[in-house]
Design a protein around this ligand. Structure first.
Ligand SMILES: [Zn+2]
Length: 327
């Protein structure tokens, strides 16, 4: 993969290509942005471009010995530091500080990629500061973090920030389709993943069918009975790993109800292949009812983010949604 294969980060990529072409790449960079939008892939590509043996300006050939070694993670001048356990530790940074002073073994530039740099302990960050205060000539450090504020200000101020934004939904969907996903599914995943291709790819392995089944059950709860509500809440809570995904999927359904009511355009739906069911359901409901349903789910999500009791929150939410629908 070269820079041209990186999706949807035009500004960041053209800036990097320019600095590489003109040999003015900063000694320390921090790539900020959400997970799964190409920060790590870009860091590896920077390492390849700086060391490529092919005749490519401001990019890499992705075929030469150097590019191949970097792709396999065995190039002696390209180092990846990832958290050991839950954090990047001071010993890892000490190792980097030693290595960084040595001349490249076979490449032109030494490159150090610090993945999840925000997990660096304070001691580790202070240790890294020493290297950044007097950066050795041929080394480039790429820190990957969600935002600069996740790093100590003294450290952040010595790094040039390159921002990576969320990817447009159609870009994520198109890539998923290339990977064999069908049209409806790819748009469903892309919209739940909120602009992160990595997250969308992860979601593909979730029990989506089951989650969609639970979403439909939510709107089929019989009025006047409490047991089915308790039972549904119980089943949803039991699957801890997919609880937040279920709520996102439910929120998307509520959003779709409003979109379906207002526009009747299937192409705008998250649940593209459920257009008819959405239309039928939304026809029986007023717009303010639909908006209240959306906010009910949103409030539950926010509440759980603040450690509300999951089972109780779900029971209340299901009851509210059911009664709003019956009103
Ligand atoms: Zn190459």
């Amino acid at each position: 993969m070269g820079f041209t294969d990186i999706l949807g980060q035009g500004w960041a990529i053209s800036l990097l290509r320019r600095t590489i072409e003109t040999s003015r790449i900063p000694h320390a960079l921090v790539f900020t942005g959400p997970k799964g939008v190409g920060r790590f892939l870009t860091a590896t590509t920077v390492a390849k471009a700086l060391n490529c043996l092919g005749d490519v300006q401001g990019d890499c050939c992705d075929r030469c010995l150097s590019c191949t070694k970097i792709a396999k993670g065995v190039h002696p001048d390209v180092h990846l530091l990832a958290p050991e356990g839950s954090s990047l530790k001071i010993d890892q940074v000490r190792g980097l500080n030693q290595e960084v002073t040595l001349r490249p073994y076979e490449g032109r530039r030494k490159v150090f990629i610090l993945d999840q740099a925000e997990t660096m302990t304070e001691q580790a960050q202070n240790a890294l500061l020493k290297t950044l205060e007097e950066p050795p000539g041929r080394a480039v450090l790429v820190l990957i973090a969600p935002e600069v504020s996740a790093l100590l200000p003294t450290l952040a101020s010595r790094c040039s920030q390159i921002r990576f934004g969320p990817l447009p939904e159609n870009v994520v969907a198109a890539r998923l389709q290339e990977e064999g996903c069908d049209d409806a599914e790819s748009h469903f995943l892309a919209s739940l993943a909120g602009g992160s291709l990595g997250r969308a790819q992860e979601l593909r392995t979730s029990p989506l069918q089951e989650i969609r089944g639970l979403v439909e059950e939510t709107f089929a709860l019989p009025t006047g009975k409490i047991l089915p509500v308790l039972d549904l809440a119980e089943r949803v809570v039991r699957q801890k790993e997919t609880l937040s995904l279920f709520l996102e999927a439910l929120l998307a359904w509520c959003r779709d109800l409003t979109v379906s009511k207002v526009t009747h355009r299937e192409a705008l739906l998250v649940y593209r292949n459920r257009g008819l069911a959405l239309q039928r359901q939304s026809e029986g409901l007023a717009l303010d009812q639909l908006l209240t349903m959306y906010h009910t789910v949103k409030q539950t999500i926010d509440g759980l983010g603040r450690y509300a009791n999951p089972r109780l929150s779900l029971e209340v939410m299901f009851l509210k949604l059911r009664d709003l629908q019956a009103a």
